[in-house]
Write a protein that binds this ligand. Structure first.
Ligand SMILES: [Zn+2]
Length: 700
C-alpha cells in the first residue's frame, strides 16, 4: 500500500479542434509525435492567454447548448456537454503537469492567478440555470428516452453533479456557494504552497561525517552532493523529503540528530511563521461543512461518502475500527520488543517517536534477518521498470517501445509507446523518477489526455504520466531503489494500466470509479512485484546480473509482516484524523494541535506513533482532493488482497481468464456500472476484510 501516493484524477481531456492563435503552441494543433504536448516550445507566458482562450471556447460550447431552441435531447444536451471543454482540459493538464513536477516561482504565481479564474468559470457553468433545467427535464423523463445503459448512467451522473454543485439551490444560496468554492480553492492552493516552502526551508546540516555513523555510504554521498550543490562543500545536508529522512532515522546512531531531523519533518506548517498552515486548516474544515449543509447534508463526510462504495461515515468508522484494534495491539507488541533491544544495548530512555525507525530496523535484522541494503543492489531502477513491464506483458500482452523523439519538460523523463496484445497503439507513457526542487512530494499517476470516443467514431488514446520522488542520479552511479520505492513504481503503474484500458462512450463515466475503488488497480499491481517468480525475472544484481537468491527472496517475502502494527496504526490514525475534521456538525474555532491530539487520544493512539500525516502537512486532505478519502487506501486493500486471491487460488498468478476479466470489468468498464456489481462480475463474490488482516499478519 502506498499511503504516500496520490492519483490525480483526469479531467475530460482530449485534443480537439481549436482556433489556432498565432505564436502560442498551446493553442495550435500539436505537431509532435503522437500529438504530445510540445514542451520544447511552451513558455510560461503562453499559459494565461491559452487558458483564457480555452475558457472562452468552452463557454461558447456551453452557450450553444443553452441557446439551442430545440427540445432538449440526450444528444443535443448531455452528449454535447460531455464533449465540451476539450481545449481547456488540454491546456490545463499541461499546466498542472508542469506545476506539480517541475514548478518554479513564476508558475506558482501563475497558478495563484489562474485558480480563481478557473473556479469562477466552472462555477458559472455548474450553476447555469438553463443548462440545469434542460438536464433536469431529461432526467425526469429518463425512463421514456430509450437510452442505452451508458447514456442513462451518463445522464444520471451529470444530474447528480449539478445537484451537488448547487444547481437546485435558490439564487441567494448559489451566490454563497460560489464564494465558498472560491475561498476553498484559494486556501487549498495556499496550503500546498506553504508546505512546499516549509519543506524547502528545513535543512539539517551535519559538519562531521562521524555524526553519520551507521548511515549507508550511498546516503552519505547523496547528502554530501546536496551540500556541494548548496555551496556547503565538505558538509552533509538532509531534508524532510522521504529519501533523505527515512534512511537517516533508520540508520544514524546519533539520537539527537535523529530527533532534530524528524522534528524538522513533522513540524512543517506548524512553526508559527508566515508559512504556518494551522489557521488555513480551521477555515477549510468550517467552509467545507458550510458547503455540505447548504447542499442538504449533516456533515462534509456525509456529502462525500454518499457517492463512494462505503456510502456513510458510520461504515468508514466501523471498518477502520475493525482493523485498528488488532493493529494497535500488534503495534504495542512491536514497541515492547524494540524497548527490549534498546534496554539490552544499555539505553536509559523510553523510546520516542523518532526512535521507531532505528529500533525497528534492528528488530527487522533480529527477527527477519533482512537488511534493506542487501536488497537494494537487486533493485536498479531500470530493472524494476522492466519488471513492471514484464508483468503487464504476462497479464495483458502489452509491450513498451522507448521513444526519444517525444518532447519532455526535463531530460530525465522517459517516454514509451504502449502497444496492445495485437500490436496496436494503446497509449503514451511518461516516466519521471527523480526528486528535484520544484516537484511535489510523493508519487502520482496523472495524464495529459484520456481515452475518448470521438464524434466521428474514432478513438483518442491517452497520454499517461507516472511521477515519483526517487533518489536523483549521482554521477554515473546506478539508481538503486528501496523495496518501498520499487513497490511505489508498481503501484503508480497500476493506475497507468487503468488509464490505458479505460473505455466508454462518454467521458463522464469512462474510467470513472469511486475513490474507494480507485486504488484497487494500483494496489493489486504491488502483489505481482513481490512474487518469487517475478522477482527472479527483474531483481537482478546491478553489477553481476545474477537474480536475487532464493534465500533473500524468502526473507523479503517473510518480512511482509514486519512492523505492520506500526504501519497500520500510523495509517489509520491519519484516516481517523481526516474523518474527525470532516464529521463536525457545527462550525468551530480550531486549535489544530489540540484537536489533532484529542481526536486520536480517544482511539488510544500511543505517543510513540504520530499519524502518518499530521494536520499541517496532510496535503491529501487539505490540498490534494482526498478529503474524507484517506481511508480509501485501506478500503481498497480489502479489494486488492481479495482480488489477488483469485489468481493465487487458481494456481497461476498470470491466470488469463482472471486477467481478461480484471481488464474488462475493473480496468476497462469499471465506470460503466455500480462498482460492487463490476467487482462481483470479475471475482464471482463480494470481498471480505479477512484476507487483508491475514496479509498484514494482524490475524493471529
Ligand atoms: Zn494510488
Amino acid at each position: 500500500m502506498k499511503k504516500t501516493t496520490l492519483i490525480v484524477l483526469l479531467g475530460l481531456l482530449v485534443a480537439g479542434a481549436c482556433n489556432p492563435m498565432k505564436n502560442n503552441p498551446l493553442l495550435e494543433e500539436y505537431n509532435t509525435p503522437f500529438k504530445t504536448p510540445p514542451f520544447h516550445l511552451v513558455k510560461t507566458e503562453h499559459f494565461m492567454p491559452a487558458i483564457k482562450e480555452a475558457m472562452a471556447q468552452h463557454q461558447a460550447e456551453i452557450d450553444a447548448i443553452v441557446n439551442n431552441q430545440d427540445e432538449p435531447t440526450f444528444e443535443n444536451t448531455v452528449a454535447a456537454y460531455d464533449r465540451a471543454g476539450d481545449l481547456l482540459s488540454r491546456v490545463s493538464s499541461v499546466f498542472s503537469t508542469l506545476n506539480s513536477a517541475n514548478t518554479n516561482e513564476k508558475l506558482q504565481a501563475l497558478a495563484r492567478e489562474m485558480t480563481p479564474l478557473l473556479t469562477r468559470h466552472r462555477n458559472e457553468i455548474q450553476l447555469n440555470p438553463v443548462l440545469f433545467e434542460k438536464i433536469d427535464k431529461l432526467y425526469q423523463q429518463r425512463e421514456e428516452l430509450d437510452l442505452d445503459a451508458q447514456q442513462l448512467r451518463t445522464l444520471e451522473k451529470y444530474y447528480d453533479d449539478f445537484v451537488r454543485g448547487g444547481a437546485a439551490l435558490s439564487e441567494e444560496d448559489k451566490e454563497e456557494l460560489k464564494e465558498i468554492n472560491t475561498e476553498l480553492s484559494n486556501l487549498s492552493l495556499q496550503f500546498s504552497q506553504n508546505l512546499l516552502a516549509e519543506t524547502k526551508a528545513f535543512k539539517l546540516v551535519v559538519d562531521n561525517v562521524e555524526d553519520l555513523d551507521g548511515l549507508p555510504e550511498s546516503n552519505i554521498a547523496a547528502a554530501a552532493n546536496l551540500a556541494t550543490q548548496l555551496g556547503m562543500e565538505g558538509k552533509y545536508v538532509f531534508t524532510p523529503d522521504k529519501p533523505s529522512w527515512i534512511p537517516f532515522l533508520q540508520y544514524v546512531h546519533n539520537r539527537s540528530l535523529r530527533e532534530e531531523l524528524y522534528k524538522g519533518y513533522y513540524m512543517r506548517g506548524d512553526n508559527g511563521n508566515e508559512n504556518d498552515n494551522k489557521e488555513i486548516i480551521g477555515k477549510l474544515a468550517n467552509l467545507r461543512l458550510r458547503r455540505a449543509k447548504l447542499l442538504g447534508f449533516d456533515t462534509y463526510a456525509d456529502f462525500v461518502l454518499v457517492n463512494n462504495m462505503a456510502g456513510t461515515p458510520e461504515a468508514v468508522y466501523s471498518f477502520l475500527q475493525r482493523v485498528w484494534k488488532p493493529a494497535l495491539k500488534v503495534a504495542k507488541e512491536e514497541l515492547a520488543a524494540m524497548q527490549k533491544i534498546a534496554n539490552r544495548e544499555g539505553a536509559d530512555f523510553k523510546l520516542e517517536s523518532w526512535d521507531w525507525w532505528y529500533y525497528a530496523e534492528k528488530l527487522r535484522k533480529e527477527k527477519y534477518d533482512l537488511d534493506e541494503q542487501e536488497i537494494k543492489p537487486y533493485l536498479k531502477l531500470e530493472n524494476v521498470r522492466d519488471g513492471m513491464f514484464y508483468v503487464a506483458n504476462k497479464l495483458y500482452g502489452l509491450t513498451f517501445e522507448k521513444h526519444t523523439d517525444i518532447p519532455v519538460y526535463d531530460a530525465e523523463v522517459e517516454t514509451y509507446e504502449v502497444l496492445d496484445k495485437d500490436g496496436s497503439h494503446l497509449a503514451i507513457l511518461y516516466l519521471d523518477y527523480p526528486a528535484r526542487a520544484g516537484k511535489n512530494a510523493g508519487a502520482w499517476c496523472s495524464g495529459m489526455r484520456r481515452y475518448k470516443k470521438l464524434p466521428d467514431g474514432t478513438e483518442q488514446l491517452p497520454l499517461v504520466t507516472v511521477t515519483t520522488n526517487f533518489p536523483a542520479r549521482v554521477g554515473d552511479q546506478p539508481v538503486l531503489l528501496s523495496w518501498d520505492e520499487a513497490e511505489t513504481l508498481f503501484h503508480e503503474f497500476g493506475h497507468a494500466l487503468h488509464s490505458f484500458f479505460s473505455r466508454g462512450d462518454y467521458g463522464r463515466i469512462c474510467g470513472s470509479i469511486p475513490r474507494d475503488m480507485i486504488e484497487l488497480p494500483s494496489q493489486i499491481d504491488e502483489h505481482w512485484a513481490i512474487q518469487p517468480d517475478v522477482l527472479k525475472v527483474y531483481a537482478l544484481h546491478y553489477e553481476t546480473g545474477e537474480p536475487m537468491p532464493q534465500e533473500l527472496i524468502n526473507k523479503l517475502v517473510n518480512s511482509g509482516h514486519f512492523n505492520q502494527g506500526f504501519i497500520t496504526v500510523e495509517f489509520i490514525a491519519a484516516a481517523l484524523l481526516d474523518m474527525e475534521y470532516h464529521s463536525a456538525t457545527e462550525e468551530k474555532e480550531y486549535d489544530v494541535n489540540t484537536f489533532e491530539k484529542e481526536s486520536l487520544k480517544k482511539y488510544g493512539l500511543i505517543d510513540e506513533i504520530l499519524p502518518r500525516y499530521r494536520s499541517t502537512y496532510f496535503s491529501h486532505i487539505f490540498s490534494g482532493g482526498y478529503a474524507v478519502g484517506y481511508y480509501v487506501y485501506l478500503w481498497a486493500e480489502i479489494l486488492d488482497t481479495d482480488a489477488f486471491g483469485a489468481f493465487v487460488e487458481s494456481g497461476d498468478i498470470f491466470n488469463q481468464e482472471y486477467a481478461e476479466k480484471f481488464r474488462k470489468y475493473i480496468l476497462a468498464e469499471g465506470g460503466l456500472d455500480e462498482p460492487m456489481l463490476q467487482y462481483v462480475r470479475f471475482r464471482g463474490k463480494e470481498p471480505t476484510e479477512i484476507p487483508l488482516l491475514r496479509h498484514r499478519g494482524l490475524l493471529k
